[in-house]
Design a protein around this ligand. Structure first.
Ligand code: ZN
Length: 216
């Protein structure tokens, strides 16, 4: 993919909220139409497993299939419009200093930890656990298990081989890299800051991210 790096003009002191999210924790929030959210990879090589929903009807969820088909590219970067399961624009990536972001790899789960890594690994904390904890601790968002579907792995590097295989690879992110998105409708953002220790998506060393929101 031809990556299109784009710096933001927004200043952190103007943000209406700035939140540090440790690896293994979640972040859930409403972003109003016209507002901007920035996710920053504070220490580099982290993966932020992220779900998006229409805040006024959470059955409208982020769709990797619609997003990829409409932009005719499997990677996400500056200019990408994140589309819903009814093909409406949820958010647009307006700045990106990382290069590309994965939306094919899915999220880590205790089951996949067992299959991929070791029978001893199912007890390790996984992104799906963080999402389930978030929706149970925040019933006000009206999210259920069925809403845990397609996700984006911001900062995660999942190259595709010439034969079409997906591979995990060392991240291309670095300390302070960020991605910034403008909401095209009122959306709920739900992030699991990935606690995965078994693959290079976060350098075998999960680290914090920062989430900032600017009002319109
Ligand atoms: Zn994960």
């Amino acid at each position: 993919m031809v990556t299109k790096l784009q710096e933001s003009t927004k200043k952190i002191e103007h943000a209406r909220s700035v939140t540090k999210v440790n690896a293994g924790d979640y972040y859930i929030q409403v972003i109003k139409q016209g507002e901007t959210v920035r996710i920053t990879d504070l220490e580099g090589n982290q993966a932020a497993d992220t779900l998006f929903f229409n805040a006024n009807d959470t059955d409208e969820t982020y769709s990797a299939v619609n997003t990829i088909r409409e932009q005719k590219n499997v990677f996400l970067g500056t200019g990408s419009i994140l589309r819903s399961n009814i093909n409406r624009g949820l958010l647009k990536i307006v700045a990106d200093t990382c290069g590309n972001h994965d939306t094919l790899g899915g999220a880590c789960a205790t089951e996949s930890n067992t299959v991929r890594y070791d029978l001893e690994k199912p007890y390790m904390h996984a992104c799906r656990d963080s999402w389930m904890l978030a929706i149970s601790e925040h019933p006000e968002y009206e999210l259920q298990k069925k809403h845990i579907t397609h996700n984006i792995n911001f900062f995660m590097n999942v190259p595709i081989t010439e034969e079409g295989y997906l591979t995990f690879a060392d991240g291309i992110s670095a300390p302070g890299k960020y991605v910034e998105l403008e909401a095209l409708m009122d959306v709920v953002i739900l992030i699991s800051n990935c606690p995965q220790l078994n693959n290079p998506c976060n350098g075998y060393n999960p680290t914090p991210i920062e989430v900032s929101i600017w009002a319109q």
